[in-house]
Design a protein around this ligand. Structure first.
Ligand code: ADP
Length: 540
């Protein structure tokens, strides 16, 4: 029986062809630097992405050539998302919130020789330029101003019709995109996503229990397109033909809410810190914006507390919590309710939805302890390991990382988790963030979620501080809401019913704002530096 199915490779060009053939008039809306809105369609995206692909091919891009993008979320970035991979190139999104030194390191490590840069980001690029060797810098005139001398104009670069441009024959395992880990722990490392992984990921996240993505959706991509392919949504969006909105450089809460109202967004994507700020704006001015009722908001990147889910539900907005990593493509799990949960009281439903959830199809999960796989009982913790066609096998330019892959081929995430009897995974911590007190682990995520449930608290992060007897103790660093006051004592009492006594922090510090990483996560490395000399109040 040699004759089974066709060997048609899975690739990004299929997604591009599909959006032009079936959804040519669906819109892509983007905010420009001057705050005005520009509207285009998938038909125009198709035309311009192919012009870009043809121009890149003339410029020497061949299968496997990385092309850097230093760009905000915009229609131009969408063109790069498709134009680079369909030319056989590797879309290498550069994180514009990193330091010039880090960006230069990443460009050199990836080997980018051509870089597309938004004109409004030229001041940043000019700091990077002396530190790198690239052949061509193509400037995208997003502000409408003329491209400065010494740079190539993107519009001139893609001016020529794509003519009879043909997609190169690519193996489905060929590289399509690359992204560096955001370096929350350690130096950034390059992860290369294949065409196959991108297509399988798009199919999987679009499913009803996952993001329930359809042509009827109006999707707002707040997640930066330089952060792991904006969670793959530009690709999944083109596949289903939903309309897309992109914030450009304007990431202020009011700007975001204005777009959600104007475009009647049905699904928005971003990290918890964005949704916390949105919740606060809606609490302050509940009648200012008319948002689409039941709007879904996918949140990932760090944990979403049940209280955040409940508070946004009160505004008619539905959080969809997910977990992922650059090393996946990137979504690994999403939390959705099963039929047996539908009649549970809201608080219990929020608790289930606050778990990191069930693996999306094609992903497998397990938790490993020192003595092997741990039972799925919701309490046994172990290292979360994953396997599947959307998981990386290794890092760019690094020797095979025996540290990261187990002997039997699972990827070690560096996260510590539980899985319960129904299969829901819960992240307890990153291995490096766990607090080890008297030989027992304390989950910083659980403490943070509980503390953030207090009405006076805006944000909280828990880190380990040294203790002479217990080795480490948890220190809760708290930011209160404007005009609110609360003491460590109050917070300790508030969370006490949910924890064993030894897990409760004795140490609380109040600061103005938590330091954040380039992708909006609480930056625990910075907090650890700030509180390096903290003397724990726990008695010895
Ligand atoms: P970095 O490791 O540099 O932050 P990533 O953006 O790839 O880069 O982050 C992946 C990590 O973020 C995961 O390993 C996990 O620790 C954390 N993470 C992602 N989503 C969640 C979530 N929903 N809850 C808790 N942690 C999360």
């Amino acid at each position: 029986m040699q004759s089974t199915m066709m060997r048609t490779p899975l690739n990004v060009s299929h997604l591009l062809e599909r959006c032009r053939l079936y959804f040519p008039t669906r819109e892509i809306v983007s905010r420009l630097p001057d705050k005005s809105i520009t509207r285009t369609t998938y038909a125009a995206l198709y035309d311009r992405a192919r012009r870009l692909a043809a121009a890149l091919t003339r410029a020497g891009v061949t299968p496997g050539t990385p092309v850097g993008t230093l760009m905000w979320n915009s229609t131009w970035h969408m063109e790069a998302y498709f134009g680079i991979p369909v030319a056989g190139g590797v879309l290498h999104t550069l994180n514009l919130r990193l330091s010039p030194e880090d960006i230069a390191f990443i460009i050199a490590d990836a080997g980018d020789r051509i870089v597309l840069v938004d004109d409004v980001l030229l001041p940043l690029w000019e700091k990077v330029r002396p530190l790198v060797t690239v052949d061509r810098v193509i400037v995208v005139p997003t502000s409408g101003a003329a491209v400065p001398d010494g740079y190539e104009d993107y519009e001139a670069f893609i001016a020529e019709d794509a003519g009879d441009f043909r997609y190169p024959d690519l193996d489905e395992n060929a590289p399509a995109g690359m992204c560096y880990t955001s370096g929350t722990v350690g130096r950034p490392k390059g992860v290369v996503h294949s065409h196959r992984a991108i297509v399988l990921h798009a199919l999987s996240v679009a499913l009803p229990d996952c993001l329930d993505l359809s042509v009827h959706d109006s999707v707002f991509i707040v997640t930066p397109m330089f952060h792991v392919n904006a969670w793959g949504i530009p690709f999944a969006g083109a596949m289903v033909g939903c309309s897309l909105s992109l914030p450009g450089p304007h990431m202020g809460v009011e700007d975001l809410l204005d777009i959600m109202q104007a475009e009647q967004t049905t699904l928005a994507l971003g990290v918890p810190t964005i949704w916390m700020a949105i919740q606060q704006a809606l609490d302050r001015e509940p009648d200012r914006w008319r948002l689409r009722r039941g709007m879904r908001m996918m949140v990932g990147g760090s944990a979403a507390a049940p209280t955040l889910i409940g508070a946004l539900e009160d505004h008619g907005l539905a959080i969809k919590h997910g977990w992922g990593m650059t090393e996946l493509t990137p979504v690994g799990t999403l939390s959705w309710l099963k039929p047996e949960h539908i009649d549970l009281p809201p608080a219990q439903q929020y608790e289930i939805r606050a778990r990191q959830g069930l693996p999306i199809p094609l992903m497998e999960l397990r938790i490993m302890g020192e003595d092997g796989p741990q039972p799925w009982d919701g309490t046994s913790v172990g290292e979360l390991q994953v396997r599947g066609p959307i998981v990386t096998r290794g890092y760019h330019n690094q020797p095979d990382d025996a540290e990261k892959l187990t002997a039997d081929g699972w990827f070690r995430t560096g996260d510590v988790a539980t899985i319960d009897g129904e299969g829901y995974m819960r992240i307890a911590d990153r291995t490096k963030d766990l607090v080890k007190s008297g030989g027992e682990w304390i989950s910083s995520v659980d403490l943070e979620n509980a503390i953030m449930g207090h009405p006076a608290v805006a944000e909280a992060a828990v880190i380990a501080v040294k203790h002479p007897r217990w080795d480490e103790r948890p220190l809760a660093v708290v930011v209160t809401r404007p005009g609110e006051a609360v003491t460590g004592e109050d917070l300790r009492g508030f969370i006490a019913p949910r924890f064993a006594k030894w897990q409760l922090p004795d140490d609380f510090a109040f600061i103005e704002a938590l330091p954040r990483t380039s992708t909006g996560k609480f930056q625990k490395t910075k907090l650890r530096e700030m509180f390096h000399d903290w003397v724990s109040k726990t008695p010895g």
